[in-house]
Design a protein around this ligand. Sequence first.
Ligand code: F3S
Length: 69
Amino acid sequence: MTERLRVHVDPDKCQGHARCKALAPELFELDEFGNAHEAGDGIVPPGLEDKAWLAKSNCPEIAIDVIEE
Ligand code: F3S
């Protein structure tokens, strides 16, 4: 069985670069200050795993965690 992924944004690290939202709009939402948080409960729907890893590797603040559950 494939492991399920979950994304999490560390609000203390996020500086609003918004690359996560550009690369994986299904997985991240921006608040009124432009800072990101994970959409919903952060569960990565099947087929979007690559976008989760891409967002993590492109965040300049290393604010995104991808958790394998
Ligand atoms: Fe924040 Fe990184 Fe996204 S700084 S807005 S989590 S690209």
